[in-house]
Design a protein around this ligand. Structure first.
Ligand code: HEM
Length: 210
C-alpha cells in the first residue's frame, strides 16, 4: 500500500537547516584545530582552517538571520521557540515518556518542549558565538565590547565553552532524531512524512502508524 505523505518542513526551512548544520560542523572542526593543532591533526597548517572558520562564520550569520526572518514571516516562531508557561508545564509528561515511565504523551504541536528548549538555546548560543567570534576576529574594532565581557581571554574561554555545548547538544539532537525513526530523518531531506506518523509517535508503539 502506498503511504500517504504530508508536508512537514518547507523548502526554506530545510535550506536553513542544512546550511546552518554545515556551517556549525565546519566551525567546530576548524575551531578544534585552531584551539589545539598539535592534538587535533585534521589540517596540516593554520591557513586553511582559519580561512574556513571565517568563511563559515559569515555563512552562520546569514543562516541565523535567514532562519529568524523565516520564523517571523512564515509564522513558525511559535513552533520552535520555548514558551515558558505551557512548555514548563509540559516538561514532566515529556520526561516520563522519554524515561519510559509512561507509554504515551500529549500532543505538544510540531516539537516537544525539550526540542523547543534546544532550538531556542541554539539561537542564543549562535548569537553568543557570532558576538565573541567577531570580537576575537577584530579585537581593536570591538575593544569596548571585549572589555565589558572580561577581556580577550574571557571572550576566548566563552567561545570555547559554547563550542563544547554545540558539540554535546548536536550529538543529543542526532541521537534523538535517529531514535524517533527513519521517516523523521528523511523528512529533513524530502520535507514530507507519512500521514499520522506523529500521532503514533505519541506512544512508544511505533507499529501503529508505520
Ligand atoms: C557555532 C559557531 C562556532 C564555533 C563552534 C566556533 C568554535 C571555535 C573554537 C573551538 C575556537 C578555538 C578557541 C580557542 O582556541 O580557545 C575558535 C576560534 C575562533 N573563532 Fe570561532 N566558532 C564559531 C563561530 C565563530 C564566528 C561566528 C566567528 C566570527 C568571525 C568566529 C571567529 C573565531 C576567531 C577569530 C577565533 C580565533 C582564531 C585564531 O586565533 O586564529 N567563530 N572558534
Amino acid at each position: 500500500m502506498v503511504k500517504q505523505m504530508e508536508e512537514r518542513h518547507s523548502i526554506w526551512l530545510r535550506i536553513f537547516h542544512w546550511t546552518n548544520m554545515i556551517a556549525i560542523t565546519l566551525l567546530v572542526l576548524t575551531g578544534f584545530y585552531i584551539h589545539a593543532p598539535e592534538s587535533f591533526r585534521l589540517f596540516s597548517n593554520m591557513d586553511t582552517p582559519r580561512m574556513l572558520h571565517f568563511a563559515m562564520a559569515y555563512v552562520l550569520v546569514f543562516g541565523v538571520i535567514g532562519r529568524v526572518y523565516y520564523a517571523i514571516v512564515a509564522k513558525d516562531a511559535k513552533n520552535v521557540l520555548f514558551n515558558p508557561i505551557p512548555d514548563i508545564k509540559n516538561l514532566p509528561s515529556m520526561m516520563k515518556y522519554y524515561l519510559f515511565l509512561s507509554d504515551s504523551h500529549p500532543d505538544y504541536g510540531k516539537y516537544n518542549p525539550g526540542q523547543k528548549m534546544m532550538y531556542t538555546g541554539w539561537l542564543v548560543m549562535a548569537i553568543c558565538m557570532i558576538i565573541t567570534g567577531f570580537i576575537l576576529y577584530n579585537p581593536n574594532l570591538f575593544m569596548g565590547l571585549g572589555g565589558s565581557l572580561g577581556g580577550l581571554i574571557a571572550v576566548r574561554v566563552i567561545h570555547y565553552i559554547i563550542n563544547w555545548l554545540f558539540v554535546l547538544s548536536v550529538l543529543a539532537h542526532v541521537y534523538l532524531d535517529v531514535s524517533e525513526g527513519i521517516p523523521v530523518l528523511l523528512s529533513m531531506f524530502t520535507g514530507k512524512i507519512p500521514k499520522g506518523f506523529h500521532d503514533s509517535a505519541h506512544t512508544h508503539d511505533k507499529s501503529i502508524g508505520a
